[in-house]
Design a protein around this ligand. Structure first.
Ligand code: HEM
Ligand SMILES: *[C@@H]1O[C@H](CO)[C@@H](O)[C@H](O)[C@H]1NC(C)=O
Ligand SMILES: *[C@@H]1O[C@H](CO)[C@@H](O)[C@H](O)[C@H]1NC(C)=O
Ligand SMILES: CC(=O)N[C@H]1CO[C@H](CO)[C@@H](O)[C@@H]1O
Ligand SMILES: CC(=O)N[C@H]1CO[C@H](CO)[C@@H](O)[C@@H]1O
Length: 532
């Protein structure tokens, strides 16, 4: 054994200590129950579960067995509680993990969702959040105009035609279309919006490239080094067309930004005079909101040519985050309602109290002049209790983003769920899927029961609210949640005022185990019948 020099001995002892003795026996994490016997010294098990798309299910099972905190890898834990749980992790001091920028940058440029550091994040969020606040959205003349156009000229006329012809519809695709048209019109202006509801070829093209990339997300998120190393050796685990698909979508968004820029009068780029909303044109609200402060920001963008990308990376994320999550939620809500005809009629009774009701064709407009029809105020739709309960319960049971939201422990050692203080740099996450299945808070958690949100009593409602995590919490909570809720309530109200729905084909309705979790079958086919 002549080659075993003292240096090699010291090195081996160090390696054994660092990779076995320390994580298994010494690390504060060693006091936390292991999800798998190997979790204390290896991440291979959890990586394998992620690769097989079983992560969320696996983590849920581990919490059911071991309690509110489990160890997933030598340097990774999952939590499933509110106190010393999501309140500690998501309300300050814990930055996002590199998993976000690895997957969610666009044009190679970070956006609000993918930024790791809280400082640039909060500057960006301050620029944007006003136009997504509830009070802004409820009183925005642009969104009012967009809503009338979407609901009466597009959605209801399309459903009326389908129901008259007794044609069943794939509501998943329909929902992606209506939520896309809504968010795009709000960001870029109605004149430069999509019309995915009616323009089926563009819709199919866009959605199919967007979704085709999903199976390759694992590599970018978890093992970005491995994919790029193998690529250098000429092995493409992520096919080249995935990058091409992303580039095509990014180019599409940049084009929309250019169009929005040209609809702001050039003389007043810094404080644009609003376009008066009309049935065909509205101000590009989010584009303008972002363009002005970014163009004037100090320090200025490193090069002026970066400015378009700073804007586009953000807006590209909003339209992606905005259409898919809301489309999935609407699909599950319509599925649950389609299973319950008597609930549909109770809901319709409630909807007919709106003033004016959302009946189609709209009573005030014999001429189909959309400037003269009106829709109920967002506030009045928002305050319908049964509609609210049905949506909230869907967001709970079928959270569109059900899985872990990874963060990193800060330099101040922090205890979680009764653990010893954890050192800096540990990956920690919670998942809505598990928080929403706490039977002490949500009895019979697997059942879709809107009544749990009706007359729950103040204390119970507060408790359920603390555990409700569909939109995350803290500084990185979903900025689009009020937009999503307002849009979804309006769409559901418009549909169930006029139609009843029945299931034609719901095969594969169960949710996939993925970051954004739609139905495995990628469809839900319903029939729409006129209300007598
Ligand atoms: C049902 C609909 C929606 C669901 C379930 C949802 C869910 C979420 C969740 C869970 C997060 C937090 C992620 C984390 O903590 O890492 C988030 C963040 C975010 N969402 Fe949504 N979202 C929805 C709709 C929207 C819409 C319509 C927009 C459009 C603007 C949007 C834009 C964003 C953005 C920009 C962030 C990042 C916020 C930040 O980091 O400060 N979302 N969303
Ligand atoms: C944006 O809208 C303007 C005004 O209607 C139109 O001239 C232009 O072609 C549109 N651009 C795109 C990319 O949709
Ligand atoms: C819209 O709803 C009203 C009342 O619920 C109903 O009388 C009318 O037939 C519906 N319109 C369509 C197109 O089904
Ligand atoms: C394997 C898999 O798809 N798991 C998902 C569970 O949820 C997280 C975050 O929500 C996703 O990133 C994972 O991909
Ligand atoms: C049934 C159906 O048409 N489903 C479509 C849903 O959307 C994806 C892309 O988003 C299409 O690939 C599916 O064909």
């Amino acid at each position: 054994m002549a080659y075993l020099t003292p240096i090699a001995v010291i090195f081996s002892v160090y390696v054994i200590y660092k990779y076995l003795v320390y994580p298994i026996f010494v690390s504060p994490l060693s006091k936390i129950p292991n999800a798998h016997f190997s979790s204390c010294f290896s991440s291979l098990w959890i990586l394998w579960k992620r690769y097989k798309e079983e992560e969320n299910k696996t983590i849920h099972a581990a919490h059911s067995k071991h309690g509110n905190i489990v160890r997933l890898g030598p340097n990774e834990v999952s939590i499933a509680c509110v106190d010393e749980g999501i309140r500690t992790v998501y309300s300050g001091g814990f930055e996002k993990w590199s998993w976000y920028p690895n997957q969610f940058n666009n044009y190679g440029v970070p956006n609000m969702f993918s930024m790791v550091d809280s400082k640039p994040h909060s500057i960006r969020k301050r620029m944007i959040s006003n136009v997504y606040s509830k009070s802004y959205l409820q009183s925005s003349p642009e969104l009012h105009q967009i809503s009338k156009t979407m609901i009466f000229s597009r959605l209801l006329s399309l459903l009326q035609e389908a129901s008259t012809k007794r044609q069943a519809l794939d509501v998943l695709e329909l929902n992606f279309s209506s939520t896309m048209d809504f968010i795009i019109a709000f960001i870029f202006g109605l004149q430069n919006s999509t019309n995915f509801l009616q323009d089926i070829p563009s819709r199919k093209h866009w959605l199919s490239i967007y979704q085709s990339r999903r199976p390759y997300r694992f590599w970018d998120g978890e093992l970005p080094g491995v994919a790029s190393f193998l690529k250098k050796l000429g092995i493409h685990i992520v096919p080249a067309w995935v990058a091409d698909a992303s580039r095509e979508l990014e180019a599409w968004t940049l084009e929309k930004c250019t169009a929005a820029a040209s609809s702001i009068p050039p003389s007043s780029k810094e404080s644009p005079s609003p376009i008066h909303p009309s049935p065909t044109a509205t101000e590009p609200i989010v584009y303008t909101q972002l363009h002005t402060p970014l163009a004037l920001s100090t320090p200025p963008p490193p090069t002026p040519s970066l400015l378009p990308f700073l804007i586009a990376t953000e807006l590209h994320d909003h339209l992606a985050a905005g259409h898919e999550t809301s489309g999935i939620t609407l699909t599950y809500l319509m599925h649950e309602l389609s299973l319950r005809p008597s609930l549909q009629s109770a809901l319709r009774t409630e909807l007919l109290t709106l003033s004016p009701p959302l009946t189609y064709p709209p009573p005030q407009s014999p001429t189909h002049d959309h400037d003269h029809i009106d829709i109920p105020t967002p506030r009045s739709i928002d305050s319908l209790p049964l509609l609210h309960a049905c949506l909230t319960e869907t967001l709970r049971l079928h959270a569109a983003i059900p899985g872990p939201q990874p963060r990193i422990t800060p330099s101040t050692p922090t205890s979680l769920a009764g653990s010893p203080p954890l050192p800096a740099g540990v990956r920690v996450s919670a998942q809505a899927y598990t928080l929403h299945r706490n039977a002490a808070v949500f009895p019979e958690p697997e059942k879709w029961k809107p009544e749990r949100w009706l007359n729950a009593g103040e204390e119970k409602e507060r408790e359920m609210g603390r555990w409700f995590w569909t939109f995350g919490s803290g500084g990185r909570m979903c900025v689009g949640r009020h937009f999503a809720v307002q849009e979804m309530k309006l769409i559901v109200a418009a549909i169930y005022t006029n139609f009843t729905t029945h299931i034609v084909d719901d095969e594969g309705i169960e949710q996939v185990d993925a970051y954004t979790a739609g139905p495995r079958g990628n469809k839900l086919v319903l029939s729409f019948e006129h209300v007598e």
